[in-house]
Design a protein around this ligand. Sequence first.
Ligand code: ACG
Length: 550
Amino acid sequence: MKRILSAILCLLLLAGCSGKTDSNTAPVSTGAAKPSEGAVLTEAALTRIATLGESPDDNYRVWYEVFVYSFCDSDGDGIGDLNGLRGQLPYLQELGVTGLWLMPIHPSTTYHKYNVSDYYAIDPQYGTMADFDALLADCERLGIRVILDLVVNHTGSEHPWFKTAVQYLKTLPAGAAPNPEECPYVDYYSFSTDATAIRAPKEVTGTDWWYEAPFSYDMPDLNLDNPAVRKEVENIMAFWMDKGVAGFRLDAAKEFHTGNTTKNVEVLSWLQQAATAIDPEAYMVAEVWDTFANVTAYYESGITSIFNYPFGNSDGKITAVLRGAGNPSVVTTYATALEKADKAYLGKNPDYIDAPFLSNHDVGRIAGFAQRNEQKVKLAGAMNILMSGSVFIYYGEELGMAGSGNDPSKRVAMYWNDSGEGMTRLPPDATEQAHPFGSLAAQRDDDSSIYNYYRQAIAIRKALPAISHGRTTAETALNTGCVSAQRKTWGDETCIILMNISPDQALADLSAYADWTLAASLSADGNAITLDGTTLHLPAYGVAVLIPGR
Ligand code: ACG
């Protein structure tokens, strides 16, 4: 019953009843959503959904990555803040988001805040601990889980551990060995008087000492072999999880011991176990920016999720297939690649939850990879959102925002409107981006916008949980020509997703699927997806979802 109610709610939302609550006053006037024409879920799907059990409330979610700095400014200083984000929770709910990943929010000397000075506080640029607690409370009420960026490959050089260690080394007589009894913090890092013994050595000025800091001089690498450091990290995790944080995004997981997968896997196992000991429901997602073989190897750690770099980013499978749109030999590889990845990851960790994404704060935005072609941007969104696991959406992706060049340019202001209300200023050194598809205010009122397409794709994902929870196999009989066909199987639930990855209309012969029903569809070009007898008409870049039964 809960499921049919939520499916109907999805439809109502898509039909214009915005998900606004009265718990917040949004600092940005975003207006009511306009009715969306044509239900994305067919009546047959709704009838079928009515027979299903309770909706799972687990970590297979729709996560939204937020760079607080650039999201929403509530106090007019031009920098986004926690209150601004809190005011936009109704918007995120309207989109269908059920989880938030906050990029670092702790005190730091940089705009991006990946060099943390205090793991137990909120950067004053973003607000106060009370603001964070209020955000968390509202998220909980709205069923939105929150994960934080856990940056423990390194601290910031302004962190008291590092400053104390450096201070101590400066007072140490030349040639003397540090005494952990006098200063335990030296062993928190990798210091040496032999610069050749450590990676990317940076000098401790005025001494013979060097420290390891491959990312930057202000990011000294932590020594994660030190039990005292591990205890500190466990305390940090417990502090935030006690507040209600659901888990963490593990920054730079392949740099804990760069080049040593075995040691990194051990660190990830410890982090996963430590989090699970605090909260059995903990959600942990690791950043392992690497090849398919290496991402697979890291699942050995038992970590819940690893970002699926082999499918995301400009060189991932989704972009590769979109680049080959219209070429059958490229298109048909998509479903088989999904099957292969699922089997490989599952073989290493039977409880893994895939973590697909298109882009994030480190890479160019999808609008660029998709050559600013609106239909391709939409299909890329569907390819991501309809993947199994916990899907991640980078803020503004739902508007097809642009973002390329240096890192700050990939992190520019969320494009709420053209009036500037609630908008943030550019991050330092960022280049202004020309967003090809309009602001939220413009897209919200346009049924055919990327934004409304994203809402529909998310609604479909939620209504048919075989999509998020199912095992994926290529549906060989239908995976032909420019139609990519995949089957998802979750217990008794099954569905088949067909995608026309080409700019031309495609037809799929469903004569061997006579007892299947068209459950949902997504149109990229405005033309309807129709079932004519046993022939499915898929317009350019169109998507259809079939479920068994008539
Ligand atoms: C994380 C954060 C990032 C942050 C830091 C530091 C780490 O997401 O925002 O930077 O706290 C490497 C690390 C990642 C790291 C990035 C920035 N990201 O592994 O953890 O650097 C190769 C390497 C990757 C490497 C990547 C980018 O394999 O390890 O990531 O290049 O340098 C194909 C290959 C693939 C290859 C790519 C690209 O895809 O398959 O292996 O990846 O090509 O060549 C923060 C700030 C930054 C600032 C920095 C100092 O956010 O702006 O510059 O601090």
